[in-house]
Ligand binder design. Structure first.
Ligand code: ADP
Ligand code: MG
Length: 328
């Protein structure tokens, strides 16, 4: 196909997703056709169970379609392996979930840095960007707080910073205000509007018409099908500016990145051990008891074997009796 001037950022053609429900096949998405242009702010609405999250997971390459074609910036995703999908996900998407999905034993800073660790960004740059994003979201005083020490609204802001860490050209938000009180929900919506104004493509999945009303386009899903897809006139809508620049590209940093990744994995494992001292202690105790038992059992076995052999030797298995005489 040659229509370079009108290639959408995201393009779904005949996308289906089925799940096996016992013996029967259940179609959660039925031949969805959808085009989303760069810089759009779209709301995907519909009742619970209509297929919104399934659609969002496919858009974000978190799940596979069972039929149809999905192109991101012209690139077909159907035949990509897990590694290639992970790279697409990292380069294009930032995710925001209803329940934040922050790692509980890591600080706000560390949670925000996580996507950049996998992208292989240098440590100093990572720290700088995480600090800057958290500051922009009003969390300067909470850099070292763990999720349990933050309010719901603050946790969601940390997760927005995390979504932006690698650039977050497309923000996919699944019920981003669903777990928040009205004030925090409004705050999160304002941040999403601001991101849209900065040129990010924002896709919000919501069952709440009030949230959907902020978008410039509303897509309604019912029973796995698109029921309607309409422009929505908003008050005070701003034209989007230049598309956001992704922080990192691919390239020769891979080797350095994988070494850095190993070190980071070690650091994170260490932090996890330290932050769950009791669990670590009990696990160690379990391992010590296990190894001690195995060693003792084999020592007892060996001892018993020697004891029995000694008894047999005492009976005379290695003595020679010599009698006088000629022959048998
Ligand atoms: P929504 O987000 O609109 O509430 P979902 O996309 O989560 O709905 O789910 C759509 C339908 O697909 C539901 O009927 C749900 O039960 C089904 N579904 C979603 N994920 C799975 C799965 N992993 N296995 C089986 N059925 C699923
Ligand atoms: Mg859902």
């Amino acid at each position: 196909m040659t229509q370079p001037q009108s290639q959408p950022l995201l393009e779904l053609k005949g996308i289906s997703r089925s799940f096996m429900a016992g013996e029967r096949e259940f179609m959660a998405l039925k031949h969805i056709d959808l085009r989303i242009e760069a810089g759009e702010m779209v709301a995907i609405t519909g009742a619970s169970g209509s297929g919104k999250s399934t659609l969002m997971n496919i858009l974000g390459c978190l799940d596979y379609a069972t039929g149809g074609s999905y192109r991101i910036n012209g690139q077909e995703t159907r035949d990509l392996d897990d590694q290639a999908l992970a790279e697409l996900r990292r380069d294009y998407f930032g995710f925001i979930f209803q329940r934040y999905h922050l790692l509980p034993h890591l600080s706000a800073m560390h949670n925000v840095e996580m996507p950049a660790i996998y992208a292989g960004t240098a440590e100093a740059k990572r720290h700088g960007r995480a600090r800057e994003l958290l500051a922009r979201l009003g969390l300067t005083g909470h850099l070292s707080h763990r999720p349990s020490q933050l309010s719901g609204g603050q946790q969601q802001r940390v997760s927005i910073a995390r979504a932006l860490m690698n650039g977050g050209e497309v923000i996919l938000a699944d019920e981003p205000t669903g777990a928040l009180d009205t004030a925090s929900g409004k705050e999160v919506m304002n941040i999403l509007l601001e991101l849209h104004a900065l040129g990010h493509t924002v896709i919000i999945v919501t069952h709440d018409p009030k949230v959907a009303a902020h978008a410039e386009r509303i897509i309604e899903v019912r029973d796995g099908e698109i029921l309607s897809d309409q422009a929505n006139v908003r008050e005070g809508a701003q034209a989007p500016s230049e598309p956001p620049v992704a922080l990192e590209g691919n390239g020769a940093r891979r080797l350095v990145a994988s070494l850095g990744l190993f070190r980071e994995a070690f650091n994170m494992a260490w932090v996890a051990l330290i932050s769950h001292r009791m669990r670590t202690l009990l696990t160690m105790l379990g391992i010590v008891i296990g190894i001690t038992s195995v060693v003792s059992i084999s020592a007892i076995g060996e001892g018993a074997k020697r004891y029995v052999l000694k008894d047999i030797q005492a009976i005379g298995s290695n003595t020679i009796d010599i009698y006088s005489g000629t022959s048998f």
